[in-house]
Design a protein around this ligand. Structure first.
Ligand SMILES: O=C(O)CCC(=O)C(=O)O
Ligand SMILES: [Fe+2]
Length: 379
């Protein structure tokens, strides 16, 4: 498995520069190999100089230790939604479909002031469109506690086992590359591409559904995010092949992510878990079926021999990765909140921007139901 640059930014610390930075303890400031490490001794925050949203800079609190996640009953609000979306998308709202299958852009509404009926519609709209970019939002300027209260409507907030979080808010997962980070340069010394398709924390027993990512600071160009529609990817397969995939289960592991963090002397909030999920899962609001395996966290197909499992998984990963005709590339603008459904999509950050520019985002990751499948239907 290629270490993910996406998650590495704040979770695995798998690049050399980050490794060194993580090894510093709060209160130390050092220069190593001539690289000045941008590390604030007062706050323990890394890469903070000149940040637009300093209270959103990543911290890794070594005192945070949590018990295993307990199962909970997920309520799927998308099921209650009016499919005409009268509350979410009132007259005058500008909606642009970015591609036929996946991705829309919405202007003219403020997510933070939606009624509960409108939030139900948001869950369904995002499940149908897979990923939606809402422009000119105020999330970044609200108190973090308000954003979290808002997001809790969609499910129990996931707390990431290893990633950096704003001080006091472990429910926020941060993606941050500061102005002085050289991690990308280091990474590309041994890799050809930063693309690392995944569905977030799919190793959890109840992986996330409706997921929010909002921009805090961005490079002038670059740093877009790619999304793939895993429902359309399923539909492109022959009925015979679809039928064969039904009933199969795959293991998803969080062990390597925690190990990578440990190797970088970073934190472990919870013991890692391994869970099996159906290879084809059904979305509870739309009834759509989606391929649910990803290169970052899926390890093997239960009951197959290793070579068989590797070959089948490789086919599925390639099918998703090459499917530019069911993918979308979302461009960030100041104030953008991107909402996607992790049950029916995969995504990847793109690390292509000029050194010396900050890219800073915050993710809210409500967990959803335990993945389930419904019977194969010939279309
Ligand atoms: O940085 C990005 O564009 C996406 C990062 C990511 O994978 C995530 O926040 O889940
Ligand atoms: Fe992700």
């Amino acid at each position: 498995m290629a270490p993910s640059l996406v998650e590495a930014t704040t979770t695995t610390g798998s690049t050399t520069a980050e490794l060194r930075t993580y090894k510093l303890q709060a209160g130390q400031y050092k220069e190593l190999d001539g690289h000045s490490i941008d590390y604030d001794v007062e706050t323990g925050r890394k890469g903070g100089r000149g940040a637009k949203y300093p209270h959103y800079l990543p911290t890794w609190d070594r005192e945070q230790h949590y018990p295993p996640l307990e199962p909970f009953e997920h309520y799927e609000h998308g099921r209650d939604a009016d499919p005409a979306f009268p509350n979410l998308l009132p007259k005058g709202t500008e909606v642009t479909d970015l591609t036929p299958f996946i991705g829309s852009e919405v202007k003219g509404i403020q997510l933070s002031s939606l009624s509960d009926e409108a939030k139900d519609e948001l869950a369904l709209f995002v499940a149908q469109r897979k990923v939606v970019a809402f422009r000119r939002q105020d999330f970044a300027d609200l108190p973090i506690s308000d954003v979290l209260r808002y997001g809790a409507y969609f499910g129990r907030h996931h707390i990431h086992p290893t990633s950096g979080a704003p001080e006091g808010f472990p429910e926020i997962h941060l993606v941050h590359r500061g102005e002085t980070d050289t991690g990308a340069q280091e990474y590309f010394k041994t890799r050809t591409s930063s693309v690392a398709w995944h569905s977030d924390v799919s190793y959890e027993q109840q992986p996330p559904g409706t997921t929010f990512l909002y921009i805090l600071d961005k490079p002038t160009t670059g740093g877009d995010t790619l999304f793939v529609d895993s429902v359309q990817a399923y539909k492109r397969l022959s009925p015979l092949f679809q039928e064969r995939l039904h009933g199969l289960r795959a293991t998803h592991s969080g062990i390597e992510q925690v190990n990578a963090a440990a190797a970088a002397a970073s934190i472990k909030r919870r013991e890692p878990v391994v869970n099996d999920h159906p290879l084809i899962r059904t979305h509870p609001a739309t009834g759509e079926k989606a391929i649910f395996v990803n290169d970052q966290f899926t390890r093997s197909i239960v009951g197959l021999k290793q070579e068989e499992s590797d070959a089948l998984l490789k086919f599925l990963y390639d099918h998703l990765a090459y499917g530019a005709d069911f993918q979308v590339r979302v461009k960030w603008e100041e104030g953008t909140v991107v909402v996607w459904d992790n049950r029916v999509t995969q995504h990847s950050a793109i690390v292509d921007w000029e050194n010396g520019q900050r890219r800073h985002l915050a993710r809210m990751t409500p967990q959803a139901e335990r993945p389930y499948e419904t019977a194969f239907e010939r279309s």
